[in-house]
Write a protein that binds this ligand. Sequence first.
Ligand code: FAD
Length: 378
Amino acid sequence: MRSYDAVVVGLGGMGSAVLAHLASRGKRVVGLEQFGPAHALGSSHGGSRIIRQAYFEHPSYVRLLLRAYELWGDLEQRAGERLMLRTGGLMAGDPDCQVVSGALRSAREHNLAHKLLEASDIRRRFPVLRPLQHEVALYEEPAGVLFPEACVLAHLRWAVEAGAEARFGTHVRSWWETGRGVEVELTGGERIESEHLVIAAGAWLGKAAGDLGLPLRIERNVLHWFEPLAHREDFATDRFPVYILQREGVPMFYGFPDLPGQGIKAAFHHSQEYTDAEHLVRTVAAEEVAALKRALAGWAPDAAGRHLHSKVCMYTMTPDEHFVIGRHPKHAHVVLAGGFSGHGFKFCAVVGEIVADFVIDGASRHPIDLFAADRFVS
Ligand SMILES: Cc1cc2nc3c(=O)[nH]c(=O)nc-3n(C[C@H](O)[C@H](O)[C@H](O)COP(=O)(O)OP(=O)(O)OC[C@H]3O[C@@H](n4cnc5c(N)ncnc54)[C@H](O)[C@@H]3O)c2cc1C
């Protein structure tokens, strides 16, 4: 039976980063992924992801984000390719809505450079946008776009260059603790033993984490791409920011500039349509496209042109929408990384570092009290 310092289950956004950080710190590691590299069947696909610093969800994410920016920069250097594009970002809506007030709180608590724009400022600076008279936006320069598939592949390349094994088309059926660590059984019967097990299984976490009963819900969410109707030049990446808009009477939605070869992408942030990874409906109804297009037309009318395509993806939601990162409450040799609740990709690089800390040092240097895995376990 083959033996390792650590086995990583799932090589999506998080697992690929964990594998790279463990291998680069000299650990004998193997990553096991049921699908192929950078596949489109989980939560880390769709051509682009927003990265930002003035974090409306909670100020305690900001220090992690500042470290993530450093680590994404290092990975870009190592990979010799662009993984991140700074476009600026708008957190927009009523002055007291969560998106604006939360971003402002984080920016002030962490002295992040930002501007608070009135509706007239927004229209002047971004002529294709139509904020309502009372809406404002926090603008931050470092916000932008990550290219998720390229990020996953860059972490995987780094991991393998550092000596890791990455096995695709390899499904982990079960695992159990032994006196020395864990034993993992693959579909097909092969067994692997290891001192540590990392479970970064995305929407499959509930199943993979065994007897934990984490209250996770899988939310189906859809990404849409459109061809602009007019003023395409004003949606270019050097003229148009990523944005999140929280507008009265419209589900929160977000969007991107016109990324070369992609068109203009936008999506609702929460569909509140719950499912599971095995029963996910991957086809998109015309009414879903129309609903998003209506919302988009009320904010950037020229963006809401011909529909190009749509893709389905999964959020793994925790009740408080904060992550689950840390030791499995019932198994000392197991570390969990999941429940990223639709906002985790920007953190992949630092989650890799945090989980490697846990495996190697037993705890992390980073502030992650918010993510304790036992906060849901009675
Ligand atoms: C539509 C959408 C938009 C988003 N937008 C943003 C954004 O703008 N900014 C942002 O920061 N975040 C965003 N997110 C969130 C972010 O993409 C996710 O938090 C992140 O991708 C989660 O990564 P993961 O590694 O946990 O999951 P995944 O990438 O899905 O990885 C889990 C992996 O585990 C594998 N696996 C599971 N079980 C097993 C098993 N038993 N054996 C072997 N392999 C297994 C799966 O095949 C999968 O590859 C968005 C998410 C979605 C769905």
